[in-house]
Design a binder for this molecule. Structure first.
Ligand code: SF4
Ligand code: SF4
Ligand code: SF4
Length: 413
């Protein structure tokens, strides 16, 4: 069976993961990193990866007209994904369904290769459980006393939401990368329902029902509108779009953003995000450079704020950086065996290909059971306003820890 994998825009992580299709000798796989230069010919299956813009329509139509089936692989293509956070500032990243009809869609950031193989074979993905059903933490759904942006790593039994730490597991399906196994909340890359962001926002809002919200009256005697004053709830969750709609903004039903663009698409993704959420973003959209991008961000903050980093942390980080280099070689050689071997090693240290285990000061969960975890355990850190720089990455954060300026050499990606 002829399978062509096309990379459109942005991160190439799903495109690279598709190398694993070569493990199946029944597939004759070809990778096309520049769809516009593709000389059209008949294809059995076309797999589309990367985010899509209106001007991709012509090429997508050519691909569709030449293919028996078209499969959308990964959130960028299916829902707009992470990059579509830039739509808040006027960009127009759109789900494939706005452009052409795909035969099937594989959700996820990173898209799951096992599900892609099933889609190629024309087999339905078995009905998935909800993420909470496969989570080792247990939810009580009690009202929250407080909301937290970071949590201590000691408690591994209580639902993140019960700890006041937003987790979108309630509206997600079970997944391969399982951020939740690495003391990391789910941000909803495999939604279980339509408009998952709005529903999760409503659920979390209900749990937060006991927390003070500033209200005002428009008619004397009523409290019928949100107030302009700061309150505990809005202070605790300053980036609603980035946290609740991280992967689904274009399909959320929210109106298009009217915030002025800050410049490049990447700047528009990062500005407005919370500092502690950055590793969860760079770990995904950095493609084959995710590890170095994430560590550059983290290290600049650690150095400026004297966050202690142990020798063991440095050792594991260096191991990851070396693996990233090896991975690039495997990708260049289209060597799926090496790719699998190296990504397994990255998963061992970083938790998963989302790099959920990497954080400021160390790692969020134990890597090797022979280790003393106290030697490299990540710590809850204070937000410190300032300008941060590491090589080609520069950013500034305000007193709430919100990124206000961001510059990056895009050649890094
Ligand atoms: S951002 Fe996520 S969905 Fe998009 S290509 Fe990268 S890994 Fe895949
Ligand atoms: S909301 Fe998150 S932490 Fe809570 S049970 Fe579900 S997946 Fe686990
Ligand atoms: S736990 Fe992580 S990989 Fe799984 S659905 Fe949530 S965000 Fe996606």
């Amino acid at each position: 069976m002829d399978v062509k994998v096309f990379q459109f825009n942005g991160c190439k992580k799903c495109f690279n993961e598709a190398l694993l299709l070569k493990e199946n000798s029944l597939y004759k796989v070809e990778f096309i990193s520049d769809p516009k230069a593709w000389k059209e010919k008949k294809v059995d299956i076309s797999v589309i990866t990367g985010y899509l813009l209106p001007n991709d329509l012509k090429q997508l139509e050519i691909i569709k007209n030449n293919s028996d089936r078209v499969i959308a692989y990964g959130d960028c293509t299916v829902t707009g994904g992470l990059f579509a956070l830039a739509n808040q500032k006027g960009h127009d990243i759109m789900p494939i369904s706005n452009l052409i009809e795909a035969s099937s869609s594989v959700y996820g950031c990173l898209g799951e290769i096992e599900e892609l193989k099933l889609a190629i074979d024309g087999t339905d993905v078995p009905k998935l459980k909800s993420l909470c059903q496969v989570c080792s933490r247990k939810a009580t759904c009690d009202y929250l006393e407080e909301i937290h942006r970071q949590i201590e790593m000691e408690d591994s039994e209580t639902c993140f939401n019960d700890l006041g730490f937003l987790c979108s597991g309630f509206t997600s399906t079970e997944c391969k990368e399982k951020c939740i196994d690495y003391n990391t909340p789910c941000r909803g890359c495999k939604p279980s329902i339509d408009r998952s962001g709005i529903r999760m926002l409503a659920l979390f809002g209900t749990l937060a029902g006991n927390i003070e919200i500033a209200t005002e009256h428009s008619v004397k005697g009523a409290t019928d509108k949100l107030g302009d004053d700061d309150d505990d709830l809005t202070d605790s969750l300053p980036d609603i779009v980035g946290n609740f709609f991280r992967f689904t903004l274009p399909t959320s039903g929210l109106p298009k953003g009217r915030i002025p663009s800050s410049g490049t698409l990447l700047e528009d993704i990062f500005i407005g995000r919370l500092i502690e959420e950055v590793p969860l973003i760079t770990g995904l959209l950095g493609g084959a450079k995710s590890v170095s991008l994430t560590l550059k961000f983290i290290k600049s903050y650690e150095e400026a704020n004297q966050i202690e980093v142990s020798e063991q942390t440095k050792k594991y980080r260096n191991e990851l950086l070396q693996l990233e280099k090896d991975l690039q070689i495997a990708i260049n050689n289209e060597d799926s065996t090496k790719y699998k071997e190296i990504t397994d090693k990255i998963r061992f240290v970083a938790g998963n290909m989302n790099l959920s285990n990497i954080f400021f000061g160390g790692f969020k969960s134990i890597i090797d059971t022979n280790d003393d975890f106290n030697e490299y355990k990540a710590q809850v850190f204070d937000v410190v306003e300032g300008n941060y720089k590491n090589g080609a990455i520069k950013y500034a954060i305000n007193p709430d820890g919100i990124i206000t300026e961001f510059k990056i050499n895009e050649g890094l990606l």
